[in-house]
Design a protein around this ligand. Structure first.
Ligand SMILES: *Cc1c(COP(=O)(O)O)cnc(C)c1O
Length: 376
């Protein structure tokens, strides 16, 4: 490693996780969610590993993420599900990207782009079944379906998917989960009655947590994100046999002896209790080591756990290593699969009061992603 730090991404772990998810999904097709730079793992290399392992489709939030995959030569089906007025929908259609619509306004914009480009838009319609985020509320759903039918008759739109998203699938037994399932089935029934259904229409609802815990939610396809990266979608239920793909490593920039009573880092939140050795880790909140990790999170250095000592800065933080003989250039593991005694991303998330999604997606662009496990 010639850089201060790197995020090592184990593509073999990603392939293992995809194979495991395919098995858990039964006969349902697997769409891997690769939004936000594949949850910080690197959009293109991670996506290629997933496709190689049998993910049939990729899902992104934004159109640009889908176009980036196309620019890299990815030909698999891609769905972009979060579109804002004025985005390059025509470009997406020309690139063969499927798009999602939740209301008649966006569906109209998609139809305009289809007329302008001469490419029939392949559209997934999203129903709001109780999350109250995106999606068409039940009252607007029949109208959206009728508009889609009109546009289909005109030849500009083809409905290829009907879908929704869970609010609480990571809380097994939460009453909203069954309620959303019932609402989704009701929305599918309305679609059938309106004439927007059939074997070519893919029904999809499940995220990673529902893939693992809720077979009734699998339908024709599942959309898995966090589990593909080896992080548990329901930590209370264990790791499901998933393998964390990312290991975040840094090299100590410097090491020095300081006397008792030395105030460390901004605000002097930590004061040494005796003469000791401090080591400087060249990663900070700009790299995704949240400032909230100050005096809380741990790293593995010199074979032992060390707590983040004093305030996390923009580019760096300190650790107090006592009298241990660490040297500049030595490797520090912030988190990884846990096999060497290092913290896991789950442990960081628990310590910081967040979820692993946030821990891995926040790793900044300054940190190079380095691929292991047979890059193809
Ligand atoms: C991110 C996302 C997913 C994947 O969710 P995980 O909990 O990471 O599996 C699935 N569907 C949609 C619409 C998403 O935004």
């Amino acid at each position: 490693m010639a850089t201060p730090a790197e995020a090592r991404v184990d593509l073999a772990a990603i392939r293992h996780n995809v194979a495991l998810l395919r098995e858990r999904a039964g006969g349902a097709e697997l769409m891997a969610a690769v939004k936000a730079d594949a949850y910080g793992h690197g959009l293109v290399p991670a996506s290629l590993a997933m496709l190689e392992a049998g993910a049939g489709r990729l899902g992104t939030a934004f159109i640009q993420e889908a176009l980036d995959l196309r620019a890299a030569g990815v030909t698999a089906p891609i769905l972009a599900w979060l579109i804002t007025p004025g985005e390059p929908v025509g470009e997406a259609l020309r690139a063969g990207v499927e798009v999602s619509a939740s209301d008649e306004r966006l569906l109209g914009e998609i139809a305009e782009a289809a007329r302008a480009t001469g490419v029939t838009a392949r559209v997934h319609l999203e129903a709001d079944t109780g999350m109250s985020r995106g999606g068409s509320p039940p009252a607007a759903w029949p109208g959206l379906l009728r508009k889609a039918l009109e546009l289909r008759a005109e030849g500009v739109v083809e409905v290829v998917g009907l879908w929704s998203h869970f609010a609480c699938s990571d809380m097994p037994g939460h009453p909203s989960v069954e309620a959303q399932l019932d609402a989704f089935e009701a929305a599918l029934k309305v679609a059938e009655q309106t004439g927007v259904a059939g074997s070519h229409v893919i029904r999809h609802l499940a995220n990673s947590a529902a893939v693992m815990t809720l077979p009734r939610a699998h339908f024709d396809m599942v959309r898995a994100g966090i589990a593909v990266y080896g992080l548990s979608p329901v930590p209370e239920l264990g790791d499901f046999g998933l393998r964390p793909a990312m290991t975040l490593v840094a090299r100590l920039a410097m090491v020095k002896r300081v006397p008792e009573g030395s105030g460390v880092s901004y605000g002097h939140l930590y004061v040494t209790g005796r003469e000791t050795t401090l080591a400087l880790v060249p990663l900070g909140y700009a790299d995704g080591v949240l400032r909230h990790a100050t005096d809380r999170a741990e790293v593995l250095a010199g074979g032992r756990r060390r707590r983040v000592t004093g305030r996390v800065c923009m580019d760096q933080f300190m650790i107090d290593v006592g009298d241990d003989p660490l040297r500049a250039g030595d490797e520090v593991i912030l988190f990884g699969p846990g096999g060497q005694g290092e913290p896991t991303a789950q442990e960081w998330a628990d310590t910081l009061g967040t979820i692993t999604h946030e821990i891995v997606t926040r790793i900044g662009s300054r940190v190079p992603r380095v691929y292991e496990g047979q890059v193809t």
